[in-house]
Ligand binder design. Structure first.
Ligand SMILES: NC(=O)c1ccc[n+]([C@@H]2O[C@H](COP(=O)([O-])OP(=O)(O)OC[C@H]3O[C@@H](n4cnc5c(N)ncnc54)[C@H](O)[C@@H]3O)[C@@H](O)[C@H]2O)c1
Length: 380
């Protein structure tokens, strides 16, 4: 399938690179950006056509467009892609407003087009193997859990970090998609949220690039502490912070009535799982690069000689969506899933603003296990 990209910033590189290196069912043939020098850069680097946004939207051969713009404009860009009659796959989050996300899902259905959204890291071995462990009832029913993401701030490395500190940014909308997409895959849909927030610093100093040492004013909460209740009864405590210089919290831990499981960083494709199945017992480590899913797939990188811990297969969600389109089934990084995740993120923020427990507005059916045979057929 012929594909275009709108938004040629920081994250675009890995999409261009991986489409040429790994995936066999789509070709990125053109790109566009409101800043022409940004799309010229990638067009030269990867030998694709540089177009205006309008020309890309109206390109007769392009069937799917990947939206890699900043979150604030995800809605308007994805909407214009669908209105142009093309399938839309966007970086996370689906939108910064639940109602806009819902409009995108409705529009995609009305036009009989596919809607997809990152993250696709949950398709990697870290989360998929954890899913298998839960499905095999090794940990029992999950009653409680804890998730944590704390960093000192993306301005340390990102050359244009403004959007992280403005309306639509913040740690929950930025990093929450990885954690909640993983959790919804593991536990099913969530139902309610209570949340409180803090803003520790009122300005940030850019640490790299041409704007190094420039100040960014912080307009939003930068730490959110929440309790999320899932339909299956699990109560999850959740910590998201751009104010944390260092911490030793685990990314995702779930506590069942037969044991505990420690799940690797959902912002990566691999990592080790730890389980404990006796009271006060030792952790047993399950290395996901050695499991039986791992012959030639994104789960262990043998085929590509990459370190599975750091292998970055961003774009597998696009490839899986192309395969879903070709085979007329629902894609895994679906509009439904990303809308439910957006609902959780948005409700966390609204709950903290209102200091009130809030019910979610959406739900989702189970997302099926992503197996080796399916992965293998997408790779070069
Ligand atoms: N940078 C990362 O490491 C990273 C990782 C994972 C996901 N993401 C996600 O990827 C998305 C992009 O992040 P980034 O870091 O690449 O941002 P960026 O600011 O580096 O790039 C965004 C690009 O989009 C362009 N753009 C903005 N509005 C546009 C519009 N209306 N039409 C066309 N182009 C437009 C900008 O000119 C810019 O070149 C975000 O949703 C972010 O959450 C980023």
């Amino acid at each position: 399938m012929k594909v275009g990209i709108i938004g040629c910033g920081n994250i675009a590189d890995i999409y261009f690179k991986n489409s040429q290196k790994y995936f066999n069912n789509f070709d990125i043939i053109a790109c566009a950006d409101i800043k022409e020098d940004a799309s010229v850069h990638y067009s030269k680097l990867y030998g694709v056509e540089n177009l205006s946004v309008d020309k890309l939207l109206n390109h007769s051969e392009i069937e799917l467009i990947i939206n890699l713009t900043i979150p604030d404009v995800h809605f308007e860009v994805s909407q214009s892609i669908l209105q142009a009659g093309k399938h839309s796959y966007s970086e996370k989050p689906l939108s910064i407003e639940f109602n806009h996300g819902k409009q995108l899902l409705d529009l995609s259905k009305e036009k009989n087009l596919y809607l997809g959204c990152a993250p696709d890291t949950f398709l990697g071995a870290g989360i998929q193997e954890s899913k298998k462990i839960l499905e095999n009832n090794i940990i029992g029913n999950i009653n409680m859990g804890s998730i944590a993401m704390g960093v000192a701030g993306h301005e340390i490395w990102h050359p244009n970090p403004d959007f992280y500190y403005k309306y639509g940014g913040g740690p929950v909308l930025d990093m929450g998609p990885y954690y909640f997409t993983a959790l919804v895959n593991l536990l099913g849909p969530a139902k309610s949220v209570y949340s409180q927030s803090r803003t520790v610093y009122n300005k940030r100093i850019i640490g790299s690039g041409s704007r190094k040492d420039e100040e960014v004013i912080v307009d939003i909460p930068t730490t959110l502490v929440s309790q999320i209740e899932f339909d299956n009864g699990a109560l999850i405590d959740s910590f998201f912070s751009f104010d944390t210089w260092k911490h030793n919290k685990n990314h995702i831990e779930l506590y069942g009535d037969k044991g505990s499981i420690n799940i690797p960083d959902p912002n990566t494709f691999g990592g080790s799982i730890n389980i404990c199945t006796s009271k006060n017992g030792e952790w047993e480590t399950i290395a996901t690069d050695k499991n039986n899913l791992g012959k030639i797939n994104i789960h262990n990188s043998k085929k590509t000689n990459e370190n599975p811990g750091i292998a970055n297969y961003r774009g597998i969600g696009v490839s899986e969506m192309v395969d879903s389109i070709n085979n007329k089934r629902l894609n895994r990084c679906s509009g439904e899933l990303s809308l439910h995740v957006l609902d959780i993120l948005d409700t966390i923020i609204k709950s903290s603003e209102n200091d009130k427990k809030l019910q979610l507005r959406s739900s989702i059916n189970e997302v099926s296990y992503f197996g080796e045979d399916e992965i293998s057929k997408l790779l070069n």
